[in-house]
Unconditional design. Structure first.
Length: 443
């Protein structure tokens, strides 16, 4: 039902040449009304609305996050997108439609279809509205990494659909290496989407070449689809996660530590923020693989907090890029002298990124640190190093941009506009206000 309404509204707007932002706003209103109906009973555990649609608390909150990020994408793209604006909005409409399908579909086959269909509008955003010719290579990386593991996931889903009786799933842990093979094929697609260390190379390329709207949806929602997929398949692979959990926790945390070191060597703004997403998602993978209640709640909180914070950081990087036409941290030095209010917004979002008090990232990371230390004390040194260097690259990012010698030859430019203030505050306020409603995250 929701998908037909979205498609009908989009096609009608194109045929009758409605003002673009009007009919896109109507799409968001329809989606919001649907979500209000879906969560009408104070976020009950499972809400069923018919048509094979419904959601748990996690899926409802992630669907709300998708709607919020798409709204902010529209706000960020009002001036920057002038080429084929109607087609750009149609791509956003289909992306929102597919995201709703991922988070709110009960059937595993439909979940897989929507999960892979999200790649199409993402690829079109990068290829159609990217900035440089290298966007073609970024699109190939995105398609190759994600599609390479999608066929094994489809085969596992079809096999599970055939063996879906409860007795068959009880025997799952008796099949030895075949069970491990099914586990790798089933969870691999979600680990690539998050992404896990070793399969993360597509993410920096996609972020660097994508327009601001593409970077926002990639960091804000698409990475969270991997965490949601692991959560959804826990009932099938719970035994394998318990048996091999320490391996995945070790890979994710050591990978997060290496990525935090890589962040300290970056000179490109968007590349640094993209690599920092890998660091945060490594903690999420570690929390999910512990299979504990605190780990699941901490991963849930950090996914929502990172979605808002990372999207806001990409908006700030775009604010600098629109004025200096460069993402280099050498060119962006001394911005405190030119944009003092922009320096305040950088401080607020970078401090939230390093888990400053009152932000959702703080509560999520504290929960995950406690959960991982309870799971195994052997990860303590890795967690200490990861936390230290995460704070280090956040300070490196802020100090290099705001302080230092101003580069000669920079032309005068304007202060932040009201639209940009609104965009940045709509990231920061939910990130630091939702701690008042922490029971929202207790699944």
């Amino acid at each position: 039902m929701l998908k037909l309404m979205l498609l009908g509204m989009s096609m009608t707007g194109l045929m009758f040449n409605w003002p673009s932002w009007i009919y896109m706003f109507m799409l968001l209103v329809i989606s919001s009304l649907y979500m209000i109906l879906l969560s009408a009973y104070e976020f009950v555990d499972v809400s069923v609305m018919g048509f094979g649609m419904g959601g748990s608390l996690l899926s409802i909150v992630l669907a709300w996050l998708s709607i919020w990020i798409v709204l902010l994408m529209l706000l960020a793209s009002i001036k920057s997108i002038q080429y084929k604006k109607n087609y750009f909005l149609l791509v956003l409409a289909f992306m929102l439609m597919f995201l709703m399908g991922v988070f709110l579909s009960f059937d595993l086959i439909w979940f897989y279809i929507f999960f892979e269909a999200v790649l199409i509008p993402t690829y079109l955003l990068i290829i159609g509205w990217g900035y440089q010719p290298e966007r073609l290579q970024a699109g190939i990386y995105l398609i190759f990494y994600t599609m390479f593991v999608s066929l094994p996931l489809l085969l596992v889903i079809l096999w599970m659909d055939n063996k879906s009786s409860f007795n068959s799933m009880l025997l799952f842990n008796e099949w030895g290496w075949f069970s491990f093979f099914l586990f790798i094929c089933g969870v691999g697609a979600f680990l690539v989407k998050m992404p896990l260390f070793f399969v993360h190379l597509w993410l920096p390329k996609a972020h660097v070449e994508a327009p601001i709207s593409g970077s926002m949806i990639l960091a804000g929602v698409l990475l969270k689809m991997g965490g949601y997929g692991i959560y959804r398949f826990m009932g099938y692979f719970g035994f394998m996660i318990k048996e091999w959990g320490m391996l995945w926790v070790s890979i994710s945390l050591v990978g997060g530590f290496f990525m935090s070191l890589v962040c300290l060597r970056q000179s490109d703004l968007k590349s640094l923020i993209a690599y920092s997403s890998v660091v945060h998602m490594s903690l999420v993978v570690g929390g999910l693989m512990t299979m504990s209640f605190i780990g699941l709640v901490g991963s849930f909180i950090l996914m929502v907090g990172h979605g808002l914070c990372s999207s806001g950081l990409f908006c700030l990087a775009n604010v600098n890029y629109e004025r200096l036409h460069s993402r280099s941290m050498v060119v962006n030095k001394g911005m405190l002298n030119f944009l003092p209010s922009g320096a305040l917004m950088w401080f607020l979002l970078v401090s939230s990124n390093m888990a400053a008090p009152l932000s959702l990232n703080l509560f999520g990371e504290i929960s995950l640190l406690g959960c991982l230390l309870k799971y195994s004390l052997f990860v303590m040194i890795t967690l200490v190093l990861l936390s230290f260097f995460s704070a280090a690259y956040c300070l490196y990012l802020y100090s290099n941009i705001q302080h230092g010698t101003i580069m000669k030859g920079i032309l005068p430019f304007n202060e932040l506009t009201i639209n940009e203030y609104l965009l940045l505050l709509m990231h920061w306020i939910p990130l630091n206000i939702l701690f008042l409603k922490m029971d929202l995250f207790l699944m």
